[in-house]
Ligand binder design. Structure first.
Ligand SMILES: *Cc1c(COP(=O)(O)O)cnc(C)c1O
Length: 334
């Protein structure tokens, strides 16, 4: 099977870069949802913890369970709210508050402009009141920016809204509440940071999806994707290979199949404009469920060392390229 190499040095480099912005490692919450963006939940959790990261963010409780022992706090973005010493749960709606188990640790998400999840600004006092009434333990107030990665002032008006939210929460008498709003794009873009936590995903994995003009930190991709040779053959000029015979050899050539396909989460692509691997080899013909073909007989090839390059080819973003990779692909830390 194909395999993924996790470059620990690059991961630590990225975390150090982010710590320069936050002022300390303690303020970084590593986002490990969706199998750590395809990098491997438990492996990345362990590496982050060894680096000194104290806080993690996942989507579901089953993910949190796999990394619980590694962190002081784990924020669960969307699951049933229960009482736990390590877990805190995001409240997205007023109804979430009434369904929550008493004494559970919760972090209230406030919609400051993204209009996707979170309670509305004019529901804030009601939410705080309900949280008290239900005996929930409010440990955080959060929001999410819709345009942190775009060159516009939108980020700044959302930030202003969040500043007002902070004020109102303090006025309501809540203490020991952590405030957090920044994702990777926001922290990479900001010159001054004075919140309690950043929720960093893609930046830690080495990608910056910001437009050019921003003051960019140098980040290094953590993941590279490799495949192993399955079989080789010589095609004669005029012979076709793969489904539909889309690829035709125009000379005698030595080709091999490698053990990566769309079943592993690699994109099936378009035969007319094939992806070219990091080693400069164009994929020949259609991608199969478990195989690609290349003009090579090397035992092992590097398919990608930078998901952003792949994303540009497939007209998507680095997040989708790495997250789509099957959790079954073995990972080795180097
Ligand atoms: C996924 C997620 C993040 C991390 O975003 P990146 O752009 O990968 O840094 C932060 N906050 C929330 C609420 C998220 O869902």
């Amino acid at each position: 099977m194909a395999f993924i190499k996790i470059n620990k040095q690059n991961f630590y480099h990225n975390l150090n870069q982010i710590a320069l912005k936050t002022g300390s490692v303690e303020k970084i919450a590593i986002v490990l949802k969706d199998n750590a963006y395809g990098h491997g939940l438990e492996l990345m959790g362990r590496l982050a913890s060894e680096f000194g990261i104290k806080h993690a963010v996942v989507r579901k409780t089953f993910e949190a369970e796999l990394i619980k022992s590694l962190f002081e706090t784990v924020l669960i973005l969307g699951d049933s709210i229960v009482k736990d010493d390590v877990y805190s749960f995001t409240i997205n709606t007023l109804a979430d508050i009434t369904k929550a188990e008493q004494d559970a640790k919760v972090e209230l998400k406030v919609d400051t402009g993204m209009h996707r999840n979170g309670i509305a600004l004019d529901e804030l006092e009601e939410a705080l009141h309900l949280i008290k009434e239900q005996n929930l333990n409010l440990v955080g107030i959060m929001t999410h920016y819709r345009s942190a990665d775009e060159l516009s002032s939108e980020l700044f008006w959302q930030q202003k809204q969040f500043e007002m939210v902070k004020q109102r929460v303090k006025e309501a008498g809540f203490e020991n509440v952590r405030f957090h709003s920044h994702n990777s794009a926001a922290i990479l873009r900001m010159k001054h940071f004075d919140e309690d936590l950043v929720r960093v995903g893609i930046g830690a994995y080495g990608y910056n999806e910001l437009a050019e003009p921003f003051d960019e930190l140098v980040l290094r991709p953590v993941m590279s994707l490799h495949a192993k040779k399955v079989s080789s053959r010589v095609l004669k000029s005029g012979e076709r290979m793969g489904y539909g015979g889309d690829f035709m050899a125009n000379k005698e050539m030595l080709v091999s199949t490698y053990d990566l396909g769309y079943g592993d989460g690699w994109c099936r692509d378009n035969t007319q404009n094939p992806y070219v691997t990091s080693e400069g080899l164009a994929l020949l013909g259609r991608v199969s469920m478990d195989f690609i073909a290349l003009e090579s007989d090397k035992e092992e090839i590097c398919v990608m060392h930078d998901a952003k390059v792949v994303a540009e080819h497939f007209k998507t973003i680095s997040y989708e390229v790495t997250t789509a990779l099957s959790p079954d692909i073995p990972k080795v830390s180097v």
